[in-house]
Design a protein around this ligand. Sequence first.
Ligand code: PGA
Length: 256
Amino acid sequence: MKRPLIVAANWKMNGSLTLVEQMTNAFNGFVVNDNVAIVICPSFPYLAAFAAAAKNANLSENIHLGAQNVSAQEKGAFTGEVSTTMLKDVSVSYVVVGHSERRNLYNETIMDVALKVKSVLEAGLTPILCIGESEAQRVAEQTNEILASQLQPVIDIIGIKKFVDVVIAYEPVWAIGTGKTASPHVAQTTHQFIRQFLTNIDADVANKVPLLYGGSLNATTSEELFAQTDIDGGLIGGASLKVDEFKLICSTAKGK
Ligand code: PGA
């Protein structure tokens, strides 16, 4: 079974209408390699603008729109929150869930993350579930334990079978925005652990789940990382804001 390769851009709290325009212009006519999907995740205010610009430009149908967060609630008195229905209204099909910045800066708990994954799936959207250890946890050789503790509650809540519709992004916190990209060996070894963890529960499902790497991934490191057996693409922050570099990263994504 060939897993798709996914290249996802996480703009975080960056970008502008100008970047939306530059990005959609840059990808006008861009040929996405076979078995590859590109996902652009701007901030909420730019989702509708991106969807409209994408419609006007000649964007490949393999370029999708993603959100960086969502509420686990359906609707109602939740000031400042955004629902899955709203995201679908503006053509979003992927949602980043449980990014370490949300967990660490906004106190999202493992349970919050699991419930968000559940509601994203129930809405028919694809969650990009982020997991990853801190530097101190890696040094203390707790990486595998931490990753398992971040995955297990989600498995408990949605059931392993539903993971065929989930994308997992392994993002070591020490590599995010630091320039310290994990080496292909470290990334592959950790991805292999994640795949094995899922395999122990359901081998068929484990084989289908795309595992993305994230953390200072750039155009210099993408090709080698994407070539690793258990790395099925990337979640890219800083480098996704540079139109030319992001395009280059997308060109290095070759479906396996
Ligand atoms: P970075 O961010 O590429 O800037 O390290 C990745 C992420 O946090 O998704």
